[in-house]
Design a protein around this ligand. Structure first.
Ligand code: NAP
Length: 266
């Protein structure tokens, strides 16, 4: 099984490395096609991968990851279309690029589309994916296995759900960073230094998420466990509610989803 990653940037390299580390595809069978000369030099330091700078390598791969920037895909498709074979499986992680446009651009049907997020780089990613109707169950399972090398992968029933995945887990890490920033800003004003604030806030997030994931209790139950009537936590939660924070977070997620829909039409 030969795997080719087209675009050896942040995401492409993450997949090449995670798949290699997982052993899903044998060392020596993973290649990266990259066009940016300084990046090619950097990639050559990783002897586990074969690095190509010419598109000819496309025809010998069984599975191809598409990981260039979305705005680069049209030119890429035009260049490699004549090298594509009907049995090759294409997995795109390019935001906003639809399965139909990949099928049309490459002249092939076997296409899956995934939306990962940044923690994929640490093996803690959350990826939503779906496949063209022409993909077999076996191929979809194979896609899932490869995507799961970077964390969790959830199959969604239709491509429109990929835009929703973008609004929740794709853009989600930034929402968490935003909330953390607010807490850090407050900690600094309360007199803690940067290192102390970072430690307190990061550990609080990590602990809370771990606690939530280990139980079947709802978030409301957990909130009520921390907040007693008339207490300090209740004062904070009441303040959030008075300012409609929950609603604002929802609106933010929908803004991301809508933007993904808009970009997909371009
Ligand atoms: N980063 C994320 O968190 C994230 C999350 C979800 C989805 N994605 C998607 O993942 C994709 C890659 O993002 P990224 O952050 O990894 O971008 P990136 O770091 O810019 O990587 C893309 C790489 O592909 C190279 N490239 C461009 N055209 C090429 C071609 N024709 N053949 C081979 N290589 C080519 C680029 O070179 P040049 O620099 O010379 O252009 C660059 O080195 C994007 O489509 C993005 O939407 C990223």
């Amino acid at each position: 099984m030969e795997l080719l990653v087209i675009g050896g940037g942040n995401m492409g390299f993450t997949y090449a490395k995670s798949i290699l580390d997982s052993g899903e595809i044998a060392s020596g069978s993973i290649s990266i096609l990259e066009t940016h000369p300084p990046r090619i030099e950097e990639l050559k330091e990783y002897s586990d991968f074969t690095i190509y700078d010419s598109i000819a390598c496309t025809s010998s791969a069984d599975i191809v990851f598409l990981a260039t920037k979305p705005q680069q895909c049209k030119e890429l498709f035009e260049n490699i279309k004549h090298l594509v074979k009907p049995n090759q499986l294409f997995i795109s992680v390019m935001a906003g690029v639809t399965i139909a446009s990949i099928q049309e651009g490459l002249g092939t049907k076997k296409v899956a589309r995934a939306m990962p997020n940044l923690p994929a780089q640490l093996g803690k990613g959350m990826t939503g994916f779906t496949g063209a109707k022409e993909l077999t169950e076996k191929e979809l399972k194979q896609v899932q296995k490869l995507l799961e090398t970077t964390g969790k992968a959830m199959r969604v029933s239709s491509e429109t759900s990929i835009d929703a995945v973008t609004g929740i887990s794709g853009s989600g890490p930034a929402y968490v960073f935003y909330f953390m920033q607010g807490m850090i800003d407050a900690a600094l004003q309360m007199g803690f230094n940067e290192a102390e604030a970072k430690e307190m806030v990061s550990q609080t997030f990590e602990g809370a998420v771990a606690q939530f994931k280990e139980s079947n209790d709802s978030l409301l139950t957990w909130m009520n466990r921390v907040a007693s009537k008339g207490g300090t936590t209740r004062a904070a939660l009441d303040s959030f509610d008075e300012n409609n924070l929950n609603k604002l977070i929802q609106e933010g997620a929908f803004a991301a989803q809508n933007r993904a829909i808009e970009l997909g039409k371009k």
